[in-house]
Design a protein around this ligand. Structure first.
Ligand code: CP
Ligand code: NVA
Length: 316
């Protein structure tokens, strides 16, 4: 099945990238560009009405961009660590969702388990947004797509190559979100770090409809040839710290360095969701070099998430 299994309720959620159809994703990106040009032109949370933003894991970009974005939409962001709530003491997700639905217009949650997000959404009367789980990071992909649109004027038909940990949240979200946008998405990852077969199958099915395609390989040199977009992510995602030494060893051949940029298209852009670890998954020369768009990408979290909230609250 494609998308999150909570579609029976009328309220829409954004738990994984394919919870937006290609047309819906495109509409959110259109709106994001409008909001980037006129940041205070949409005020769906005027009142102010509140949005909960809850963190089980650390964050810089997600925390500040949601906090600032909700304020720009006229709203009141309630940003908390889950450990400071009764969630941290084991109150059920069902009870939490039912209570929070009485207070806020939407719930944004960064957590570990995708199943937990699905469970919370299943009991929520307001939209639930995945602010990163172990499996997906769909808000980041909207920001990346916005950055690609700004640079190329389109997404469909471009060749995007992600190097490194193909089995993490970013690898999975690039597959689903970029296939939805009609991009040819290639994951270059070593054995043991390749994406979930189910996510690959879902992405392939989406790509058939959008004109995109999905490629999975271990071969970096052929993957990056002619790429329009080169991407990587940390080799040690949050929660994976115990296996850090193995990961640094296993992924060493998948660093995004200048040789990859040189083999890519002349117009290539380099993306990284940040935080970045220079000298590990990406060289300083590349991330701080002329093809890098990582700070535009980080800024675009703000605009993309505002558009997503407007869309979920007013247009879904
Ligand atoms: N890219 C991203 O989600 O960054 P944070 O972990 O700082 O929120
Ligand atoms: N894959 C990374 C993304 C951080 C924004 C992690 O989960 O830590």
């Amino acid at each position: 099945m494609t998308g999150s299994p909570v579609a029976s309720r009328s309220v829409r959620h954004f738990l994984r990238d394919d919870d937006l159809s290609p047309d819906e994703q495109s509409a959110v990106l259109d709106l994001a560009l409008e909001l980037k040009a006129e940041p205070f032109s949409a005020r769906p949370l005027e009142g102010p009405r509140s949005v909960a933003v809850i963190f089980d894991k650390t964050s810089t970009r997600t925390r500040f961009s949601f906090d600032a974005g909700i304020a720009q939409l006229g709203g009141n962001p309630i940003v908390v660590e889950s450990g400071s709530t009764q969630m941290g003491k084991g109150e059920t997700l069902e009870d939490t969702a039912k209570v929070m639905s009485r207070y806020v217009e939407a719930i944004v949650w960064r957590t570990y388990s995708q199943d937990g997000l699905v469970e919370l959404a299943g009991h929520s009367d307001v939209p639930v947004v995945n602010a990163l789980s172990d499996e997906f990071h769909p808000c980041q992909i909207l920001a990346d797509l916005l950055t690609i649109r700004e640079n190329f004027g389109r997404t469909a038909g471009l060749r995007a190559v992600y190097l490194g940990d193909g089995a993490n949240n970013m690898g999975h979200s690039y597959l689903l979100g970029f296939a939805t946008a009609g991009i040819h998405i290639i994951i270059a990852a070593p054995d043991g770090y390749q994406p979930s077969g189910q996510v690959v199958a879902d992405a392939e099915r989406i790509a058939e409809a959008t004109g995109g395609s999905v490629g999975i390989t271990t071969d970096v040199a052929s993957a990056v040839e002619g790429a329009d977009v080169l991407i990587t992510d940390t080799w040690v995602s949050m929660g994976m710290e115990d296996s850090a030494a193995d990961r640094l060893r296993d992924l060493a051949g998948y660093r995004l360095g200048q040789e990859a940029v040189d083999r890519a298209s002349d117009d290539v852009i380099v993306l990284h969701c940040l935080p970045a670890y220079r000298g590990k998954e990406i060289s300083a020369e590349v991330i701080d070099g002329p093809r890098s768009r990582v700070f535009d990408e980080a800024e675009n979290r703000l605009h993309a998430q505002k558009a997503l909230l407007v869309w979920l609250l007013e247009r879904a």
